[in-house]
Structures are given as structure tokens and as C-alpha cells.
Design a binder for this molecule. Structure first.
Ligand code: TXA
Ligand code: MG
Length: 327
């Protein structure tokens, strides 16, 4: 097992942060909490260190990695172009769960962006992540800290069971706050384009920069060209996931082998395990991955998930559930 150190998420011990910073500077891997999910960090300027991320995750090289920075100045310093839209979105949402894709400088090695000319940048809203980036003194490349195609981790225990001893240090800062990955917006084209929905909603983005394009999320429609990584089966537990209406779940007969995730009041008797999440998108997102991890650990044959409401605030949740159900 890797070294695991628990910190106060609001006031992390500087000695632990500096140990993590030193590991990053010298090419090692540090798993750390952000406000969205746990990240698996490496020095974003060190090609060999970034290769270690791909190896630890078992992740294919065509999948670009998000670079975490401490502030807007550090972000714009890694961009060869910093459009006005980037400035306005950063002003509105950073630090926070929003990743901006902008043209990169030569300082960012090609393996970070999977060969693309643009890099995804974000300033995380988490005291541990920010302190770690500052201590490292370098931008920190960090995908979610899980093996490829597995569920993203919202607890340090999720990281430990997925990555085992593949990280040099795991900083345990408790449960993450937002619970699902950041919104990703591409700013390299004529108008902003939503590459991955998140809890910074389309409506919130459009209130700052006007019309934002939403590409068809049809894996058959060449989405790979838009945002590599978004086409993979992703965010998925081991058990197959089925998205069903409340009425369909109510009619389900053989329940003994099934797990259930729901948010409305349903008849839940007979299921191997049923977990009810809050019918509020923020609270639902916060608890979603931990609930799926927990249902998966019951060894159930399948997980039924009640369809979320059709409302913009639930878009990112529906996106992750659809990916979990895709196989
Ligand atoms: O909330 C998050 O974003 C978390 C935490 C750790 O910050 N990170 C995360 O990273 O979810 P990851 O590697 O699991 O997701 C990265 C995704 C890629 O699959 C891709 O869809 C998009 O972000 N992305 C990153 N860099 C990109 C780029 N240069 N161009 C297009 N899409 C990019
Ligand atoms: Mg991921």
C-alpha cells in the first residue's frame, strides 16, 4: 500500500503538503482531494512523470489529462492564447469545478494533451489541492485517481482500493464536496463548446459568455475528435447499470440479486441493497459515486438506477449515469 496521510481538509499540515510538493517536483505521483473528485497528480512539465500517471491508471495515451494551477496568472502563462472568454469564465468560476481548454505553450509536453494543441486548465477550489500546487511550484497534471474505466473516487479509500501502491503518497482530506468531475469547456473555436457537463451548468456558463455549443454526445458521431476520453465506457461500476423509470423499477420482480439507487419514494423491499439519494442535484452529485461504489461492493448482479429528472441542473448527473450504463 502507498503511504496514506490524513489531513484537515481546511487547514492541511504544511509538513504533509511540502512532502507532497517535493514528491511532485522530483517526478513522483501524489493522490490528493479536489472539490470534485480525488486527483492523481504529477508534475505537468515533466513528460516522464506524466507517463507514470498513464501507467498507474492503465489509461490509453489518447486520453488527455487536466492541468491544475493555483491561479489565473499561472493558467494564462501555460496558454499560447488566452481568449477574453477564458478570462471571464475564470473570473466567474475559479477556483472551482470548471476546466478551460485553450491553446497550449510548448512548456506542456504532448503526452499531457494526448498530442492535441490545446490543454485543459483548472484552479481547484480545495485548500489541500491549492496548497499542494503552490508547494510543488509547478502545474500539476491530474486525472481522477482511479484505474481506467472505473468509478471516480470521492473518498481516499476509493483511491486506495483502485490504485493500491501505484502512488507515492495519498493525502486523505475526507469526502470531496462536488462529487463529480469538473465541467470542461473548449475555448479554441469561434464559440465556447461544452465538452463535458459538470456542476457548473450550461446555464451558468451562458450567463457569462452567451451561447455555448453542445456537441452531440453520440459516441458514433466522432466525439473522439472533440474530446478524447469522452467516448470510453467510463465512470462505471463492475456490475452492469440500468437506467429505469420509477414505474419500471416498481414493476421489477426478481430483486434479490439487484442493487437500487433511487431518489424518489419507491417500494424498495426485496432488493439486495437500496440507497436513496436526495432529490437535489447538488446533494445527489455529492453522494453519487460513493453510493455506486457501495452498491457494487455488495456483489449484486446489476444496479438499477432511477432516471434523474429532465432538467438542466441534472445534465451532468444524467451524463455520468448514461456512461455508467453504457457497455
Ligand atoms: O474534476 C475533474 O476534472 C477531475 C479532478 C481531479 O480535477 N479530473 C478529471 O480528469 O476528471 P480526467 O483525466 O479523469 O478527465 C479529463 C477529461 C478528458 O477525458 C477529456 O474529456 C477532457 O477532460 N480534457 C482534458 N484535456 C483536454 C484537452 N486538451 N482537450 C479536450 N478535452 C480535454
Ligand atoms: Mg476520470
Amino acid at each position: 500500500m502507498s503511504r496514506v496521510v490524513t489531513v484537515d481538509p481546511t487547514q492541511p499540515d504544511p509538513a504533509v503538503i511540502d512532502e507532497g510538493g517535493a514528491i511532485l517536483r522530483t517526478g513522483g505521483l501524489v493522490a490528493f482531494p479536489t472539490e470534485t473528485v480525488y486527483g492523481l497528480g504529477a508534475n505537468a512539465l515533466d513528460r516522464a512523470a506524466v507517463d507514470r500517471i498513464f501507467a498507474a491508471k492503465g489509461r490509453p495515451a489518447y486520453n488527455p489529462v487536466i492541468v491544475h494551477v493555483a491561479d489565473r496568472a499561472q493558467a494564462s502563462g501555460l496558454a499560447s492564447e488566452w481568449p477574453d472568454t477564458a478570462d471571464r469564465l475564470a473570473e466567474a468560476f475559479w477556483p472551482g469545478p470548471l476546466t478551460l481548454v485553450v491553446p497550449k505553450t510548448a512548456a506542456i509536453p504532448d503526452n499531457v494533451t494526448a498530442g492535441l494543441p490545446a490543454v485543459g486548465l483548472r484552479v481547484p477550489a480545495h485548500p489541500v489541492a491549492l496548497a499542494l500546487i503552490r508547494s510543488a511550484g509547478v502545474p500539476v497534471a491530474a486525472p481522477s485517481a482511479n484505474r481506467f474505466t472505473e468509478l471516480s473516487p470521492t473518498l481516499a479509500s476509493h483511491v486506495a482500493s483502485s490504485l493500491g501502491d501505484r502512488v507515492d503518497l495519498l493525502i486523505d482530506g475526507g469526502s470531496t464536496d462536488v462529487g463529480i468531475e469538473s465541467t470542461v469547456v473548449d475555448l479554441t473555436g469561434e464559440r465556447p463548446r461544452l465538452l463535458r457537463p459538470g456542476m457548473v451548468t450550461l446555464a451558468a456558463l451562458e450567463s457569462i459568455v452567451g451561447d455555448v455549443a453542445v456537441p452531440e454526445h453520440d459516441p458514433a458521431a466522432g466525439a473522439a475528435r472533440l474530446s478524447p476520453g469522452q467516448v470510453d465506457r467510463h465512470y462505471a461500476p463492475r456490475a452492469p447499470v440500468y437506467l429505469l423509470s420509477a414505474a419500471e423499477i416498481d414493476r421489477q420482480a426478481d430483486r434479490g440479486q439487484l442493487g437500487l439507487l433511487h431518489h424518489s419514494s419507491l417500494r424498495v423491499t426485496g432488493f439486495r441493497k437500496a440507497i436513496q439519494l436526495a432529490a437535489s442535484p447538488d446533494r445527489y452529485a455529492h453522494d453519487l459515486y460513493a453510493a455506486l461504489h457501495e452498491l457494487d461492493h455488495t456483489g449484486c448482479a446489476a444496479i438499477l438506477v432511477e432516471l434523474p429528472p429532465e432538467d438542466g441542473a441534472w445534465r451532468a448527473i444524467l451524463d455520468r449515469l448514461t456512461r455508467a450504463a453504457h457497455r
